[in-house]
Design a protein around this ligand. Structure first.
Ligand SMILES: Nc1ncnc2c1ncn2[C@@H]1O[C@H](COP(=O)(O)OP(=O)(O)OP(=O)(O)O)[C@@H](O)[C@H]1O
Length: 283
């Protein structure tokens, strides 16, 4: 049975019409294109073209697509680091014309500062905002507790495992209390089990605090387990070729969602769209 047929009846827990009524649009890309002019070349090829999508407040949406199709470019435009060459980007209903304060980024590399303790790494964004030391410390310790790093506040990054460092990076990302999170493959450097545990923590926090997240992943099951919706992109110049609603329970519990029988057909559909194995002979 085709995936589209399987989900023809939209269940009550994830009725997009209901959500549309309740939640405003948080992120919108309207006909967005981006080209990067190369030195000495008159015409710059487009990296992405005619990218259109809307994300409502509290939704988690994953972008899946082949390497180089422009996923990070989309995140960089959403956070105001890059300007579109054509079209418009909106966050929180406002056009993005520079760095957006209510947005935070989390990357594959934790980028913790080696000379700062874990607590002082988490406090960094608040320090830049001029938040008093006592408040910063309270926020940081509370977040470290929620990220299961209780007792590691005075350690330095080199004393932590990869998974713990990424937990610290998550605490730092959440410290400024952003409404929107741009997550660029935050778990891809971790081993499979640590990755699943961190996905679980992240999913719970995003759900409990109704954060809006745009998430890049190459891991198809991770995208399905963590998201309300998937945006599937074509190869360069990247554009969105399909939107898939993940009408499954447990958006706050990816460990449970992974076990659902619907995951297999959804992975199959994504593999078809991404043409995984199409030009490879299997022996
Ligand atoms: N600052 C830049 N200057 C020039 N070209 C760039 C720049 N940033 C991205 N590109 C180009 O734009 C295209 C899309 O890059 P991007 O990093 O967004 O892809 P991606 O889908 O995130 O890739 P991957 O999955 O491999 O991380 C690539 O061809 C890349 O070389």
């Amino acid at each position: 049975m085709a995936v589209k047929e399987m989900y023809a009846v939209t269940p009550q827990w994830n009725n997009p019409a209901l959500k549309e009524e309740l939640e405003p649009t948080e992120i919108e890309f309207r006909n967005v294109g981006k080209c990067f002019p190369a030195k000495g070349k008159a015409d710059a090829p487009f990296a992405i073209r005619e990218v259109n999508f809307k994300i409502r407040r509290g939704e988690v949406v994953s972008i899946i697509g082949p390497s180089g199709c422009g996923k990070s470019t989309i995140l960089n435009m959403g956070s105001g680091l890059y300007r579109p060459s054509e079209g418009e980007v909106f966050v929180g209903g406002e056009p993005v014309t520079g760095p957006v304060p209510q947005v935070a980024f989390m990357l594959q590399k934790d980028l913790l500062m080696p000379w700062r303790s874990i607590r002082r790494n988490v406090e960094l964004g608040l320090e830049i905002q001029g938040v008093p030391a006592a408040t910063r410390q309270k926020v940081a310790l509370d977040l470290l507790d929620r990220c299961h790093l209780n007792g590691y506040a005075d350690h330095y990054p080199f004393q932590l495992s990869g998974g713990m460092r990424q937990r610290a990076a998550l605490a730092r990302t959440l410290a400024i209390d952003p409404q929107v999170l741009f997550l660029d493959e935050p778990f891809s450097a971790l081993d499979a089990q640590t990755k699943m545990i961190l996905q679980q923590d992240m999913a719970r926090m995003l759900f409990d605090e109704k954060k809006t997240a745009l998430f890049i992943t190459h891991d198809l099951i991770e995208g399905i387990a963590m998201s309300d919706r998937l945006l599937v992109m074509s190869a360069r110049p990247g554009t969105i070729i399909e939107e898939i609603s993940i009408d499954l329970p447990f958006r706050d519990n990816p460990l449970e969602r992974r076990k659902l029988p619907e995951i297999g057909p959804l992975v199959g559909r994504l593999m078809e769209l991404l043409q995984v194995g199409a030009d490879t002979e299997l022996h």
